[in-house]
Every structure is written in C-alpha cells, then in structure tokens.
Write a protein that binds this ligand. Structure first.
Ligand SMILES: Cc1ncc(COP(=O)(O)O)c(C=O)c1O
Length: 361
C-alpha cells in the first residue's frame, strides 16, 4: 500500500478562504449523495422538502448565532456584497433622501458610490489620507440622515471597528469579513449584510439580516430582485437560490454552534490576533499597517521594514506550507487573514517563520 504524505497547508487567504475540514467533508458527500437520496444536492429541486429544510435551517441558524431580535428576517440571495451596497440604499434610503457613510477603504467607497443611485450619501469620516490605516473619527451627522452605514471590518487594509459607531440613527453594516467573529447587539440595526465567502461558506451567496418593520418606507418603486420585502415574502425562494453555497453555509454555522457559538469564535479569534500582533510588534524586521487601536482580528496587515528581506521571507513561509499571505496591491506587504476556521496552530507557524527570519539576519 502506498502512503501519500501531504504537507499541511496553512490557509491565510483573504476570501474565498479556509473553511472547517469537517464542513468540506460533509459538503463533498452531499455532492455525491444527498441524504441517501441517491441524488446530488445540486441536482434536486430547490422546492424539494430536503432543500427547503436546508434554507430554513440556514436562516434560523443566523438568527440564533447572532441573537437577532424577533423582528428580524434573514435571506440568502445572490449578487455578493457588491449588490448589497445598492440593495441597502434602495431599501432604506428614502427617495430623494440622505444617509451617512464612513469611508474606511475600497469596499466602503463602493458602498458610497452605489448609494448615490438612490439618494445622497454624506461621508462623515475618512482615513483616505493615511491609506486607510485607521478607523477615522466621525464628524457630526448632517440632519436628515436616515441611517449610518459602516464596513465593520476592512478586509484589504486590516482595520476593524472595535464596536458599532455611537449614533442615534439606525445602523447599516457590511459585515462581509467579520460576521460571526464576535458578539454584538443587532438592536440598533436596520440591516446587516455579508458575502458568504469569509466566515460563512463559499462564494455565491450573500446574507441579509434586517428589521422587517423598517422596510417599505422609501417611497420608491424597487425592482423585484432588489426588494428585500419581495424575497422575505417568498422565504428567500423568490427565484432559484444558490443551493450549494447556502448548504455549505448551513454546515459552517452548525460547526460554529458545535464549537460554542459566536462567543467561542471571538475567544479563538482574539487569541490568534494577539499571537500575530505581538510578533509584529516584537520582531524588529516587521511593522504593521493598521494603527494599534484600529487593528482587525480577521486580517492582520504588515510589511518588512527592509524590502531586501522579501525573497528570503517569501521562501520561508512558502516552504512552511503557508498560502495566501501576499498583501492586497493597494497596501503591499503581507496580510494574514485569520477567519474563524483558521486554527491557532497555523498562526503559530507564521510566527515561527517570522522568528526564523529574524534569527537569520
Ligand atoms: C468588506 C467587504 N465588503 C464587500 C466585499 C465584496 O464582496 P463580493 O465580492 O461578495 O461582492 C468584500 C470582498 O472581499 C469585502 O471584503
């Protein structure tokens, strides 16, 4: 019998990204034979009782994991968070009205751009001048803002709001890259949306959680697919849903629940973040991109102080089985994405490699 030795890979990809191995296992099985039906999950009707059960469990797992108030509805739609930028504005920005936005980088900017299709988007804080290395201080909100939109975690720049901004207007947040990573209260939110491909599942679906009582107040006619009330009335089955991404999201949420829920994820994520940031601060060869107060627990951005070490560092981490560490082109350097499924041991391997580089110089 041949024994195949497979090197362990440490997946630091920013998204799509690592998912729990047990989820991959079960998802693979469902592709071959779903629930002993003799059929694949992806060849049965989305109206079958088997898939309807998947959709219902997925929606209810979001509610229980996030502890959403009873008035919230949950949907799994398509178009990614990029369509979410427009959907948010179409559903919550009154016709001819205004909303406030925080500019924390690429994705936040795109949200502002799309909001202009529906009304006025006031930017009340931006860290553009320092290449988005921090969460900016916010100016007073112009009167008449119907909500405040913020990107809770900035995947590219490695910054994260430590808590929701303090304001007396409803909140809307793009939580694509830190949903389920820490506890928060949804009480003040009108809408939370998140592309699945970080902490939830594969690319292909976006989760919307919203206060159903806040819908239907914009005075505009909304095209059907962009109208959250149309989807809510059809229990997220207005059209054919992305069956596989929803199924894998359900498995990942079951996994989170079995691990102790969002509070357990938060502990685990804090430990991983402490480990990497301690090393970035201690090791004289490296420096962080984000300011200390704005650091993300999901994406740690850092660089070599001396680019001459890049070739040896790159060889070291690649030899250690680390994948996906290159920073985004707008920041350069490195980005260690440490989503829920990434084990602490992978972060330790990265820290070991950083120390090895230090010893060699
Ligand atoms: C915070 C954030 N918002 C939005 C997006 C865009 O998501 P999508 O590609 O699903 O449209 C991303 C993608 O990485 C992201 O990180």
């Amino acid at each position: 019998m041949h024994q195949i030795c497979v090197m362990e890979i440490h997946n630091f990809s920013a998204g799509p990204c690592i998912l729990p191995p047990e989820v991959m296992e079960e998802a693979s099985q469902a592709i071959l034979d779903f629930k002993g039906m003799g059929l694949s999950l992806i060849e049965i009707s989305h109206r079958s009782k088997e898939f309807v059960a998947v959709m219902e469990e997925s929606r209810s797992l979001v509610k229980s994991l996030l502890g959403l108030p009873e008035r919230f509805d949950v949907l799994f739609l398509q178009g990614g968070a990029s369509l979410g930028f427009l959907t948010a504005a179409y559903n919550f920005l009154p016709d001819g009205g205004a909303a406030s936005y925080v500019d924390t980088g690429t994705w936040a900017n795109k949200a502002v751009k799309e909001a202009h299709h529906a009304g006025t988007a006031h930017v009340i804080g931006s860290s553009k001048a320092t290449n988005y290395d921090r969460i900016p201080a916010l100016e007073a909100m112009p009167s008449g803002s119907s909500y405040l939109h913020y990107t809770s975690n900035n995947t590219i720049f490695g910054t994260q709001f430590s808590a929701a901004p303090e304001t007396n207007v409803p909140l809307i947040s793009d939580m694509s890259s830190d949903i389920f990573s820490r506890s928060f209260s949804a009480e003040q939110f009108h809408l939370i949306y998140a592309g699945a491909q970080k902490n939830m599942g594969p690319a292909g679906t976006v989760m919307y959680a919203f206060d159903r009582d806040a819908l239907g107040k914009t005075g505009r006619s909304i095209p059907s697919y962009l109208d959250l009330s149309v989807h809510a009335a059809k229990d997220s089955m207005f059209n054919t849903p992305p069956v596989f991404p929803v199924y894998v999201s359900m498995l990942t949420m079951r996994w989170m629940q079995s691990m102790g829920g969002v509070a357990a994820m938060e502990d685990r994520n804090q430990r991983k973040a402490n480990l990497i940031y301690q090393e970035i601060d201690r090791n004289g060869l490296f420096e962080g991109h984000a300011t200390k107060e704005s650091r993300s627990t999901m994406n740690a951005t850092f660089r070599l102080k001396d680019a001459e070490h890049a070739a040896s560092f790159d060889a070291l981490w690649q030899d250690a089985g680390i994948n996906g560490l290159k920073g985004h082109r707008s920041v350069g350097g490195y980005r260690a994405s440490m989503y829920n499924a990434l084990p602490e041991s992978s972060v330790q391997v990265l820290v070991d490699v950083m120390q090895e580089l230090e010893r060699a110089h």
